[in-house]
Each structure stands twice: as structure tokens, then as C-alpha cells.
Design a protein around this ligand. Sequence first.
Ligand code: FE2
Ligand code: FE2
Length: 238
Amino acid sequence: MSTEVNPLHRPDWFNRDLFFTAVMQSISFATPLIEVFTIRAIVDSQSIVPGMPYPEDIRIFIADEASHARAHVALNQELLLKYASPPQGYQGFKKRMQFLNHALSGAQRVRIAADMERWTALWSAWYLSQHDQLSIASISAKKLYAWHAQAEVSHAHVLIALAAQEPLPSAWRHWLFLSAYRLSILMYFSRSVTWFVYYDNQKSILKSARCLLKTAYKVTRSMETYRLLISCLRTSEH
Ligand SMILES: [Fe+2]
Ligand SMILES: [Fe+2]
């Protein structure tokens, strides 16, 4: 019987950094929910006539996102062997996504999902620029994140173009929906990352606070943070 520990069960499997391990795990748990939200938005959107075959690039886009969701579900199953339950914030996030699914039209959701897609492509491009220097203990996770990031960079334009065809909701409504979606994601990540950090610090509040403060100090001192912030500001102008 093998006594080898699953590399994903180390608290710092991502770049020997407990905080960024928590971030990557949070991304993995959020991915299936976000991908399904995006796929449903496209399927329900008015620009696609029911029963008609999808244009090839949209068909490929949907297949890509569905395969990302499946791959992250598999990764999450491995993580669940360690954590026993999804992170805090996950269930609330799932409910909010379901609510948006029911409350908004396909066209409204496509425009919101396109915003997310643009941000994901930006972060994925940044991630890929760092990827070779990262030390990732799990080979399968390393491959998965690189594969997903590459797809996000190369296919974002499909959803952005589709959203541009959708009827424009009034500016304030679009702003309201978009803010609700972004806030929901922010709430999830702040709870989930904090929970993973707390869990992996043997549920010690003191150790967790030290870990969070150390990361905040490192991040604010890094020039890379400011470069990223400028790219984010440029992205949000579009
Ligand atoms: Fe994806
Ligand atoms: Fe995507």
C-alpha cells in the first residue's frame, strides 16, 4: 500500500505559498459554477434560435467551458478528501448564481458573463506569464491550470462578440446586475480564501492573521501588483 501523500493535500502545494494555494483552490471550487452559469446564459440568450445548430466558434466555446467544469470537479473531489466540505462561502455563492440564473434573461446574463470572461482572460494571461517560474507540487493540477488559462486567453473574444450582439439593457440595470455579480464573486473569494487559510493553519486565528498580513505586505511591495492593477483599470474601461 502506498504511503505517498497526495501533493494536493499539502497546505502549500501551490508555489509553496499557503495563501496562493487557498486562492487557487477557491478558483477551482468556483469554476464549475461560473462555467455552468456562462453556458446556460448562452443557451438561453435570444441571439441563438432554438433548435438551430450553434455557430462553430460558439459550439467550441461551450465545449471548452464544459470540459473546464468537469476537470475542476475532478480536482475538487481530490481536495474534498482533505477538506471534507467545500469552503465557506461556496453554498451562498451557489445560491446567488442560481438566483441570477432565474432572475435575469439570457441576454442579460451573456453580457455579465462576457465581463467575467474578459477579466478571466486578463488574469489567465498574467498567470501564464508566471507559470514557468511557479513551483506546483501536483503535476496534474499544474497541467490543468495552464490548460485552462490558455483556453481562457484564446476564447474570450467569442463571448465578448456574442454579448455585443445582445440587446443592450438600460445602462443602470446593466450596472446593477454587473455589480451584483462582481460583489457575489468578491464575497465568495474573501470567505473561501480566508477559510482555507484558517483550515490550513490548524484553525489558529493568530497564525491565519499572520499569514494574511504577511501576504498583504508582500503583495503591496511587489511591482507586479501595480502592473496588474493598471491592466485591470484599462480592462474595465472597455
Ligand atoms: Fe473556462
Ligand atoms: Fe472562458
